[in-house]
Design a protein around this ligand. Structure first.
Ligand code: DO4
Ligand code: MG
Length: 251
């Protein structure tokens, strides 16, 4: 996969591979792996007005930090996951046993090659423990990085330019015992910063020899009384890419 993503002509190279007479297999007969090999996974935060407002309400202590970063030139970027810890569609995502307010964050993920070029997109879930983050911003790594906290999938959409991706909708649906207990929607076009701007800051004074995956922030936030429970099913759809579906377990 890395050789393909590093190519100057990703689509041409993909055609060359698929024209070599590889057998076509039904999706139902194959197991999809997480669409990352050796890339670090990073995340941007507070890129939607909805995220800024929700976070300012969640924590009086940190409200000014969220308010400032939304308007600042430098975005919030944080490390999210090693590639081998990413889960993919069908695999369980985690809620921490020491948290009591856990939510999924449905996000567009940029697939960036080692030369900083956004070559594709996938669907991401930046699972978060809002009570831990809300207690003190210095707890952010514990709220964001734990077992099953990063899901990516079901595959990578290649070749769409940013204006096309900005037309896509992001939909979140959470099911409990076959009932929908939350659904919400936003659009990629609501992201405050351009993809190039986010990738540019990520690559400042930094090398990613295998490329990187960058989650672009959430614009769908369930109401404050809502928390995920074990056995919920989280479904995130980005039109233009596909659906990422994960059951929830306690970790
Ligand atoms: O500032 C904390 C994290 C923000 C975030 O993950 C988001 O806005 O999606
Ligand atoms: Mg997020």
């Amino acid at each position: 996969m890395q050789a393909l993503l590093e190519s100057d002509d990703v689509i041409g190279r993909l055609h060359a591979i698929t024209c070599r007479g590889l057998p076509r297999l039904a999706l139902s007969t194959i197991k999809l792996l997480a669409p990352v090999e050796r890339q670090e996974v990073w995340a941007a935060g507070v890129t939607y007005l909805r995220s800024k407002k929700a976070r300012m309400e969640e924590s009086e202590f940190s409200a000014t930090a969220y308010d400032r970063v939304y308007d600042a030139e430098r975005p919030e970027l944080f490390f999210k996951s090693l590639p081998e810890k990413v889960v993919t569609t069908g695999e369980p995502i985690g809620i921490r046993r020491d948290a009591h307010w856990s939510v999924p964050e449905p996000e567009l993920a940029l697939v960036i090659n080692s030369r900083r070029k956004v070559v594709g997109y996938t669907v991401g879930n930046d699972m978060s423990s809002r009570d831990i983050e809300g207690e003190n911003l210095l707890y952010l790594p514990q709220a964001k990085i734990y077992r099953g906290s990063c899901a990516l999938g079901p595959w990578i959409e290649l070749g769409s330019p940013e204006p096309t991706a900005r037309e896509w909708k992001i939909r979140l649906e959470i099911r409990r015992a076959d009932r929908v207990v939350f659904s919400g929607e936003t659009s990629v076009g609501q992201i405050k910063r351009s993809f190039d701007e986010l990738a540019g800051f990520l690559f400042r004074s930094q090398l990613f020899p295998h490329g990187a995956v960058l989650l672009t922030g959430t614009g769908v936030v369930p109401p404050d009384g809502f928390t995920l429970q074990e056995q919920d099913l989280v479904q995130i759809e980005i039109t233009g890419i596909g659906i990422l579906r994960n059951p929830v377990i306690t970790v």
